[in-house]
Write a protein that binds this ligand. Structure first.
Ligand code: G3P
Ligand code: CA
Length: 244
């Protein structure tokens, strides 16, 4: 089973921050890091899961209503660590580029199902090309149209299609969005493993995020493998990788 850090090491550090990504990048055996992108009012790509800043910062409102300089003034609480800011994708790439060049994968999820964020596909592909990191990037989205756009901009881009059920992922993949990997919710495995065995099947989870306390309960990865899952996006990758 391949292990990815979902929003970085997001159970013990605040999600989608340089701190959570730096900790993830230090884990031996990690396949990749997943993160979420949105656009500010002035069209800058920032790394944040929600369309609003309310849950993770001291402020309120939509990401798309903040300019970059305004959003950078917000704080993300991080306990005994210095408070974090919402990173730009450029800051994350600066932090991770050497690890990505040496094989760590980066899954960039375009958060554009609620607001389409005009131009986001062009901007992110152009930036990844500028950094020369194309080989180890996986683009994903719940929006098949957005992924099709990415594929039209870069025909070599690796695409993973998101949905809740694996059957819906497969349906969207066959619709021509250019995906080669299925990204279902882990409880959405509604097809026999034989039907999906030719694909990477990367399952995502809800579950405990910082600052909620970890529960200590663990997944049976062997059972998930039997369902056809090849990769898991975990908030607590360190728990599984430290096992050896
Ligand atoms: O990419 C898998 C997963 O991240 C999708 O759900 O809500 O955590 O972005 P969410
Ligand atoms: Ca995500």
């Amino acid at each position: 089973m391949k292990i990815w850090a979902h929003r970085g090491c997001s159970q013990i550090y605040p999600e989608n921050t340089l701190l959570a990504f730096e900790k993830a990048a230090g884990l031996d055996g990690l396949t990749g890091i997943e993160l979420d992108i949105q656009l500010t009012k002035d069209g800058e790509i920032v790394v944040i899961h929600d369309e609003r800043v309310d849950r993770t910062t001291e402020s309120i409102g939509y990401v798309r209503d903040y300019t970059l300089s305004e959003i950078k003034r917000l704080h993300i609480y991080a306990d005994s660590n210095p408070s974090q800011s919402i990173p730009t994708i450029g800051e994350v790439l600066d932090l991770l580029k050497d690890r990505i060049r040496s094989g760590l994968k980066l899954n960039i999820e375009l958060k554009n199902s609620i607001y389409p964020y005009a131009g986001m596909e062009e901007k992110i592909v152009e930036l990844i090309e500028r950094y020369g990191l194309q080989e180890n990037i996986v683009y994903s989205s719940f929006s098949a149209l957005s992924l099709e756009k990415i594929k039209n901009i870069d025909s070599q881009a690796e695409i993973g299609i998101l949905d809740t059920r694996v059957s819906d992922c497969l349906y969207k993949l066959k619709g021509g969005c250019g995906a080669v990997a299925l990204h279902p919710y882990w409880r959405g495995m509604d097809l026999p493993a034989e039907k999906i065995q030719e694909y990477s099947v990367r399952a995502w989870f809800t579950g405990h995020l910082y600052p909620e306390r970890p529960t200590g309960s663990k997944l049976d990865l062997a059972l998930l493998e039997k369902k056809g899952i090849t990769d898991v996006f975990l908030n607590e990758p360190e728990v599984y990788l430290n096992e050896g």
